[in-house]
Design a protein around this ligand. Structure first.
Ligand SMILES: NC(=O)c1ccc[n+]([C@@H]2O[C@H](COP(=O)([O-])OP(=O)(O)OC[C@H]3O[C@@H](n4cnc5c(N)ncnc54)[C@H](OP(=O)(O)O)[C@@H]3O)[C@@H](O)[C@H]2O)c1
Length: 326
């Protein structure tokens, strides 16, 4: 058995409990991974608060993880036992139920197509912080058909997704001018991520921003107000549901290990950096406090869970392939 956080009813963070779960066995194309660090995302608490996705209780929440491969099912070609990997294990686009066993567990299974090799220069915490947020951030630029040299206005530059949108715009996609909003205490932080200009939304209203932009990337669902900074023909992307203005296009992440693999050179060169909220990492025992903090809506980058309990899996646990051969 292993330890995992779970809930058996929808509700506030207090419905979370720590309990014993069977260690999952990898099926065809799946890896068995010992989780070393996980990241929380708003979807983890939204799913817990109400039935957004059909779920069978008990649900072990968590999408993002970084860890070490300890077993594999048949058909796995890219990874071996001992490899350090990271990824978002929940495929929202697959049209199936999400995994009941999320990443707030010591051991998980995941399809090899969803994960990538952890870049050597990243810690497990840094790697775990990236998958869901960076997959979302990238997709927004694709949804907008963003082109090098265009200007972009980012609403919410300090959050888990926003910190990556700012970096991608400035350092990877060649935006000619990057503007991002945040509150007063985080202005310098967002400037350091690469924004050419930071708009303190406590002091400046969208109406008072003097420029109009080629692309409005709204990470907080404020398009009803922020739309005024977009040029008349500019795409407006909203990553919250439902989109908050008639002109806003909803953009959702694509979960795919190859996308993470393509980021490797930028992560290894330091062009793109993982941003970990300084109140953490929260230990595996402090998951409820970590959710409490994320749910304030004030996170600065990603909220990380680490370390996880570290112990050796009994070698008697068979893989699915072994079981078939017994
Ligand atoms: N469509 C998708 O595929 C997808 C994927 C991931 C996330 N999402 C959704 O996108 C949203 C953001 O996710 P996230 O992970 O980035 O959340 P997050 O990390 O919790 O975002 C927190 C940040 O939001 C900022 N913020 C709050 N109100 C703001 C305002 N009025 N103006 C500017 N910034 C503001 C805060 O900065 P201040 O403290 O400075 O206000 C804080 O830094 C969530 O609703 C999430 O569910 C959608």
């Amino acid at each position: 058995m292993q330890k995992a956080w779970f809930y058996e009813e929808y509700g506030p963070k207090e419905v979370l409990k720590l309990g014993d779960f069977p260690i999952p066995t990898p099926l065809h194309n799946q890896l068995q991974v010992q989780v070393r660090a996980a990241a929380l995302n708003p979807i983890d608490f939204k799913r817990r608060q109400r039935p957004i996705f059909p779920s069978d209780f008990p649900v072990v929440p968590g999408c993002d993880m970084a860890g070490v491969v300890i077993g594999k099912g048949g058909g796995v070609t890219k990874f071996d036992v001992g490899d350090e990997v990271y990824g978002n294990i929940q495929d929202f686009n697959a049209g199936e139920k999400l995994k009941q066993l999320g990443t707030l567990a010591e051991f998980i299974v995941v399809e090899e197509s969803l994960i990538a090799t952890k870049p050597n220069n990243l810690s497990f915490e840094e790697a775990a912080s990236l998958p869901l947020a960076v997959q979302t951030a990238i997709e927004g630029f694709k949804t907008a058909g963003f082109k090098e040299g265009q200007t972009v206005f980012i609403v919410g530059g300090a959050g888990g997704v926003g910190t990556l949108v700012v970096q991608l715009a400035k350092h990877l996609y060649g935006a000619s001018h990057v503007v991002a909003t945040t509150s007063t205490p985080k202005v310098e932080f967002v400037e350091k991520l690469g924004a050419d200009r930071v708009v303190d939304y406590r002091k400046t209203r969208y109406e008072d921003v003097d420029e109009k932009y080629d692309f409005l990337y709204d990470t907080i669902g404020d398009c009803n107000n922020s739309f005024v900074v977009a040029k008349d023909d500019a795409p407006i992307v909203d990553i919250t549901w439902p989109p908050s203005h008639p002109r806003a296009i909803y953009s959702s992440l694509t979960v795919c290990g190859d996308n993470l693999e393509k980021l490797r050179p930028y992560l290894e060169s330091g062009k793109l950096k993982a941003v970990i909220d300084p109140t953490g990492p929260y230990t595996f025992g402090d998951v409820i406090q970590a959710f409490g903090y994320l749910e304030t809506g004030r996170a600065r980058g990603k909220v990380i869970i680490s370390p996880f309990p570290s112990r050796h899996l009994p070698s008697s646990v068979p893989s699915a392939q072994d079981q078939c051969n017994i």
